[in-house]
Write a protein that binds this ligand. Structure first.
Ligand code: PHE
Length: 454
């Protein structure tokens, strides 16, 4: 069976960038930064993206492209009878859980997009908060929008319209960037904006502890789509001539830039309207409508068009990410169980919808139902973002750095000795030592802290 679903070499790289850039940057990053004290968290996050995330991405790329198959089989191929063989399965599971709860937030964006088109979201800051609370706690509406969003993802995966997505991504990603910059400028002009800047760039190191380190690590991996075998799955479609290290670096840079822009867009506005930075998942939905109606009011039509463009582009950015999450499971079911793509996709969508329902209801009727003190939404986010992703990335680095043959790794990372041959030693060192040791230290630090506290 022909495996490649992607039209061109540049297409698949764009698709990987599309996977990385999504709600992780524009919704989860500000949420986490806000909950974990701002600047100090952000500095850690940037360090983790480049020191631990990029080597981790490369390790996944090596496995995926070399194996040229779905994630569980790829990890089995190189991991043999060791526990490494299980990482691919963990990835399928993790990808599906993320697809479930992520679709809830993407559904909110979709709903906000349609409200922006019809009536717009107006009112005093308190009314905007009430609008969000009423909407998100409703038992039906957000579930409906999550379902719509999941079905769109489903049809993209099923219909194999990845080429269309690639083509859109080429135009829409730069457009998203421009809209973000416009909103950042507007947000910087609101009264009290400097408080937001301070929050983003003046680190208070006393805010750093084991929990914040793990949160920053989890955010770095989540935003790079690292640790759920998503990158391995996409890399299995890569052409042999793709320069892996260069691509990982470019994706890491673009991804970080978008996250920082998202921070600049949200925090000045949040401080201006008196929304606490640790407002949680609702942050972008309650601060931005204020910016849209106040800051753009002097340009005719802008306060109508900008929110439509913003939420619309956000939905598309989310879609290029959910397609990649969905593909991990779909590729697995299709190839391992010899099912049609349609059937595999249907299984994935159905199972993930259950996760989506639980996540969505955890803002309303299931608010009081908690696991270890976390609502369903928080729980799903925590076990994937903060546990599964770092652990799988850790194991992937060990597999590539210590268990696979060095010659094979060299061959993949340098395209048979033709690119980045001198850099190889640095990258190999980072995969062998820096990334796994970095992750281990963070986990050990956290365990030590918990033991001390308890
Ligand atoms: N990286 C994506 C984002 O930032 C989320 C994602 C996680 C995508 C895991 C694929 C796999 O939105």
């Amino acid at each position: 069976m022909a495996r490649s679903n992607f039209g061109s070499k540049i297409g698949i790289i764009l698709a990987t960038a599309g996977s990385a850039v999504g709600l992780g940057n524009i919704w989860r990053f500000p949420t986490m930064a806000g909950e974990n004290g701002g600047a100090a968290f952000i500095m850690l996050y940037v360090v983790f993206v480049f020191m631990l995330g990029i080597p981790g991405m490369l390790a996944e790329f090596v496995i995926g492209r070399r194996a040229h198959t779905n994630a569980p089989r790829a990890y089995r191929k190189f991991g043999g009878k060791t526990p490494f063989a299980g990482v691919g399965y963990a990835g399928v599971l993790g990808g599906m859980i993320i697809f479930g709860f992520y679709s809830v937030i993407a559904g909110w964006c979709l709903a906000y997009f349609f409200s922006s088109v019809s009536t717009g979201i107006h009112g005093s800051p308190d009314e905007i908060v009430k609008y969000f609370n009423d909407f998100s706690s409703d038992p039906w509406q957000p579930v409906f929008w999550a379902a719509v969003f999941m079905l769109i993802t489903h049809f993209v995966i099923w219909g194999g319209v990845n080429k269309g997505i690639e083509r859109c991504a080429k135009i829409l990603m730069p457009l998203l960037f421009i809209v973000l910059v416009l909103i950042v400028i507007a947000s910087l002009c609101v009264p009290n904006a400097e408080k937001g800047i301070e929050f983003l760039f003046m680190p208070d190191f006393s805010k750093i502890n084991g929990e914040t380190c793990l949160a920053a690590l989890g955010q770095a991996f989540f935003t790079l789509s690292l640790g759920v075998a998503c990158l391995a799955t996409y890399a299995s479609y890569y052409d042999k001539s793709v320069n892996l290290a260069k691509s990982a670096m470019q994706i890491g840079l673009v991804d970080t830039l978008i996250a920082v822009l998202a921070g600049l867009m949200i925090f000045p506005a949040a401080f201006s309207v008196g929304v606490q930075p640790d407002a949680g998942p609702s942050l972008i939905f309650i601060t931005l409508p204020n910016v849209f109606q106040s800051a753009f009011s002097f340009v005719p039509g802008a306060s109508y068009v900008i929110p439509i463009m913003f939420y619309g582009l956000l939905v598309l950015a989310a879609l290029t990410s959910t397609v990649s999450m969905h593909e991990i499971g779909t590729a697995f079911f299709t190839e391992e169980f010899k099912m049609s793509r349609g059937k595999s996709a249907a299984i994935v969508t159905f199972l993930c919808f259950i996760v989506a329902i639980l996540s969505s209801l955890s803002f309303g009727v299931l608010k009081e139902v908690t696991i270890h003190g976390m609502t369903f939404m928080d729980f799903f986010d925590y076990i994937t973002g903060q546990l599964l992703m770092p652990i799988c990335a850790f194991l992937t680095c060990l597999l590539v750095g210590w268990y696979m043959k060095k010659d094979d790794v060299f061959d993949e990372l340098t395209n048979g000795g033709t690119v980045y041959t001198r850099m190889f030693h640095v990258i190999y060192f980072a995969i062998r030592y820096i990334c796994p040791i970095g992750i281990a230290i963070i986990f050990l630090g956290l365990i030590a802290e918990t033991v001390q506290a308890g």
